[in-house]
Design a protein around this ligand. Structure first.
Ligand code: AP5
Length: 222
């Protein structure tokens, strides 16, 4: 069926499950996944000037300045694949200035997903998180263990995934979340992110299929 490309934002505290849900969403809906944190880590890996500056903030769990983040995200959203397939923006915007900047460039989401997870669960998720550098997949030693010994042996940990640093990241999140939410209130879907990843995905999936249905009806009416 023809449909307008979906434009989705996903937000939530550190380790609330954004990346995990994005894997599941893109697996079904084939959107372009744009994660602000991944773009920043790619800059760090490339040893660029922006990467060096960004790392200083990330080490402290603070927001990287807008002059680095805004253009980085805008450039990725402006690639032809994002316009053709639709996009899934993960971890952006994290402040009202980031939201307004994007809007000024003409990028407006259809849906804003907020994953809600109690703080005591988040620390446990961060400390047990592991990443597969080969596939990019996200694991957890307890909740999503690697399938094979071979994968287990190559898993890595993020430099900001310590109990001390996640508390700083959480503080930053708590300071900013309300101001961002208030800008997207009319298109926000809040999902209980403390449930299993399959149950969380089922809720997101139903919100997305509703949205597609509305789009198709909207297109038929015009
Ligand atoms: P970023 O990389 O975006 O990190 P974050 O927001 O802290 O989020 P995470 O990636 O830690 O968690 P997630 O929600 O994706 O959870 P995941 O699915 O992996 O940002 C890092 C830093 O970059 C920031 O601190 C900031 O400095 C900077 N930055 C980024 N964006 C910026 C912006 N816009 N402006 C300025 N600065 C910016 O899951 C976590 C773990 O839990 C995994 O192990 C997973 O297996 C497990 N898990 C997931 N779901 C479930 C479930 N339902 N049940 C049980 N376990 C689960």
């Amino acid at each position: 069926k023809p449909r307008k490309p979906l434009k989705i934002m996903i937000s939530g505290a550190p380790a609330s499950g954004k990346g995990t849900q994005c894997e599941l969403i893109t697996g079904k809906y084939d959107l372009v996944h744009i994660a602000a944190g991944d773009l920043l880590r790619a800059e760090i890996a490339a040893r660029s000037e922006n990467g060096k500056r960004a790392k200083e903030y990330m080490e402290k769990g603070k927001l990287v300045p807008d002059e680095i983040v805004v253009m980085m995200v805008k450039d990725r959203l402006s690639q032809p694949d994002s316009a053709e397939k639709g996009w899934l923006l993960d971890g952006y915007p994290r402040s009202s200035s980031q939201a307004t900047a994007l809007q000024a460039f003409g990028f407006k989401p259809d849906l804003f997903i907020l994953l809600e997870v109690p703080e005591e669960i988040l620390v446990d998720r961060v400390v047990g998180r592991r990443l597969d550098p080969v596939t990019g997949r996200i694991y957890h030693l307890t909740y999503s263990p690697p399938e094979t010994e071979e994968i287990a042996a190559r898993l890595t940990q993020r430099f900001d995934d310590t109990e001390e640093k996640v508390k700083l990241r959480l503080q930053t999140h708590n300071q900013n979340v309300e101001s961002v939410l208030s800008l997207f209130e009319d298109i926000t879907v809040k999902v209980d992110g403390s449930l299993s990843k399959e149950v969380v995905f089922a809720k997101i999936d139903s919100a997305l299929s509703n949205l597609i249905e509305q789009n198709i009806l909207g297109m038929a009416a015009t």
